[in-house]
Design a protein around this ligand. Sequence first.
Ligand SMILES: Cc1ncc(COP(=O)(O)O)c(C=O)c1O
Length: 357
Amino acid sequence: MHKKLLIPGPTEVSKEILSAQSQYLIGHREKEFSELYGGITDKINKYFQLPTDFKPTVTTGSGTLWFDIIGRSVVKEKALACVNGAFSQRCAMTLISCGKQTDIIEVEMGKPIKPEMVAEKLCTGKYDTLTVCHNETSTGVRSPIAEIGKMVKEDYPDIIFAVDAVSSMAGDKTLPSEMNCDIVFGSTQKCFALPPGLAIALVNDRAIERAKTVSNRGAYTDLVGIFEYEAKHQTPFTPNVSLLFALDKRMDLLLEETYDKVYQRHVDMANYTIAWAKKHFSMFPEQGYESVTVSCINSNGKDVKAMNDKLGELGYLISAGYGKLKEKTFRIGHMGEWNLVGIKEVLTRIDDVWGLK
Ligand SMILES: Cc1ncc(COP(=O)(O)O)c(C=O)c1O
């Protein structure tokens, strides 16, 4: 039986998008490809209202590829990586494994990264790159990126500020102009509601100029190479053309719905889920910092696996906690194509099947 996905990625993908992939392939050095790819990046540009110094790119490879791109192409001497969960931890470890000196600010799981914590470290003047995760999918915490970005822009204008918005881009507010960042990236299997395999990044000229001064950038991770090909509406290496067909369709749908309405739809789903969670359980994130795309809920001693198995019989899949939080929490992803009507229906089914009153 097909289970509808309410896990925080991959999320449910509609038949319309799935069938958009099944077109005959085209050569990635042909004019037709440049028309397709150039059209997609134009749509991304429009949807994310890019300032003139920003360019979009679509890479074949999931969001983690961007940890490597930042590690290989952006960090010059030393990075400051902020860690508040499993994915931000993975980012920090990737920068280190790319051979870059990296200091870590680590806060307890469930807490956000706050501007004052970052400012306290940046004032030592040792860093050229800062990484923060906007939406820590492992804990359901949303950090105040706009405030962090404003402080960085005003006080540390030479730092490149890179934001992991893998599970918030195209759901939450992630315009570069809202985040005050230099790089922001997301994955297609999350709010874009496509199959996994592509990452979408918005990068400014300053970050590309920085990359030109960094050596040993690799091949797949060479930010300069990526944008040299972007100018021809191509990608440096063979892209996943089938997924690009689907992304083209998705960008049409997002533009039709509009950025503000997409955001509001996610806020409505989050508010409803949080109120439901507070009635029956409790929320894991610090109050006021809850994600709008994934709710991480304390299971308060209930058997998450048994509950999910029961839900599975009805054709839905939610997610256990991530890593250390596996037994203590569960997560409901409300992103992508889901809407309030669908979420209300699922939560009502959960009430029935879990015997919640
Ligand atoms: C916040 C965050 N960052 C990075 C990643 C890694 O992305 P991907 O699985 O697309 O490589 C994930 C995946 O869930 C994530 O949620």
